[in-house]
Ligand binder design. Sequence first.
Ligand code: ADP
Ligand code: 5GP
Length: 207
Amino acid sequence: MIIEKNGVVLVLSGPSGAGKSSLINKIVNDIGEYYFSISTTTRPMRNGEEEGVHYHFVTLEEFKKDIAEDNFLEYAFVHGNYYGTSLKPVKKALSEGKLVIFDIDVQGNTAVNNRLGDITTSVFISPPSLSELERRLKGRLTDSDEVIEARVKMAKREIQRISEYDYLIINDKIETAADVLKQIAITARLKIPNDRINAFVQEWEDI
Ligand code: ADP
Ligand code: 5GP
C-alpha cells in the first residue's frame, strides 16, 4: 500500500472584488488542514492590509531577484504590478499533506496546471454581473475610482477564460457560494498524483 503524505492544490481565480477572500474566510474551519499561499507582490499595500498576512510586499528589484533565483512556482504581471507564488512554502505544505490554496489570476492558473496539474483543482469565482462587481469594489472602499474602472475592464477579459477551470461559482448569495466552495475543497483532496497512480499500476504488474 502507498502511504506517502501528499497534499493537493486548490486554485481560486476571479475578478478582484468577486468575493474570493470572503468565501475562503467562511469555509476555513470546515476543510481540514490547509495552507493559504501568501503571494509576493510589488503592488502598494492597501488600507487594512498587513505585511506577511495578505501579501509579502516587496520592491521591483527584490521581485526581480526572486525571479532570477528561480524562487517562484509561478509569477505574473497583473493590473500593472508583479505577483508571484513562492515555491518553498508550497513544497513544504504539500509534503505535509495539506490542501494548498492559491488566490491567483488566470495566468497563474495556467502555470500551476502546467506544473502540478495532476493534483490541482481550479475554481473560477465570478460576481453575478459586472455592475454588481463595481458595486462591491466601491463598497470595499480600498480602491480609487480609476483603479475600480481598470479592475472592471480586466474582469471582462478574465471572464472569457472561465472554461479553463474545473468549476465556476457565481457568488450571488454568499452562504450558497461558500457551501459549494466547501464541497469542492473537500473533494479536491481526493485527487491522486500521477506518481502514486503509476506506482499502484506497477504493483499490479508485479504480481
Ligand atoms: P476578492 O477577494 O475576490 O477581491 P472580497 O472578498 O474582498 O473579493 O469581496 C469584495 C467585496 O464584496 C467585499 O466588501 C465583500 O464584503 C463583498 N462581498 C463578497 N461576497 C459578497 C456577496 N455574495 N454579496 C455581497 N457582497 C459580497
Ligand atoms: P489584488 O491586487 O486584488 O490583491 O490582486 C489582483 C490579482 O492578482 C487577482 O486576480 C489575484 O488573484 C492575482 N494574484 C494575487 N497573487 C498572485 C500570484 O501569486 N500569482 C498570480 N499569477 N496572480 C496573483
